[in-house]
Design a protein around this ligand. Sequence first.
Ligand SMILES: [Ca+2]
Ligand SMILES: [Ca+2]
Ligand SMILES: [Ca+2]
Length: 260
Amino acid sequence: MGCNSSSSTKAQSPAQETNPPVLVEPHIQEKALTQLKLIFESIDGNDDGSVDKTELSTALGRDANLGALIKEAGFNDKYNVLNLLDTDKDGYVSWHEFQSHLKGEAIKEVLHDGSVAAAELPASEKVLQQLRAIFDSIDANADGAVSQSELSAKLKSDTDEHGLMKDGSFGKLVDEAGLNPNFRAFDKLDTNGDNVITWIEFEAHLRKAASEEVKEEGYIAAAFGLDDSAKAAPGDEHQKNNIADALDDDPVKNPMCGCL
Ligand SMILES: [Ca+2]
Ligand SMILES: [Ca+2]
Ligand SMILES: [Ca+2]
């Protein structure tokens, strides 16, 4: 008899929320890196793959979020940020240097806010640029507006044999924007009903979905191959010279050496 009351009350754990984020999901890391890359590319004004002092100070002056990101990552010197980020002291910040210093802070921001604050401006610029390239590609007669037949032609080419929008297509983007690409898409995109889709109408409907793609993947899939201004790196003369130098250094064969 006695103490038969084996109390079945479970131990309560009131402080479960204090678990530190030890393991960061790969998806979060990728998103943070994608957004850092958007930031880096927007700083690298001449697209040569590295950031110099002028580029960095221009970018810092343009967006306070960039300074905040760098500061939060522990680089506090207001005047010598480049030196702090320039690990190998060659006078430039490479992508490798940039991401190795800022990745931790970027991951933190993605975990907390869903995205990196300093990536907002670069992402929205990229969205506009790429969305415009998509718009222009649909506007086959280049009159600055998309007609019903131009839209139909595009959506038709985006449709697979099952009637679904192909992955990475414009039709898919329309779908992601909450508009059914197979049902009255033109009427919905043509907000004012004047029978043409202007750039303003186009952008207003698609910008949000496009922005999510850019912050997730770094680009709008439907713009792939349309706008490669960012990818055509004009700076590979340097690389060519390196290759030429390497070839020049090729030791000349000396026939006198072939002693038998
Ligand atoms: Ca540069
Ligand atoms: Ca460097
Ligand atoms: Ca219209």
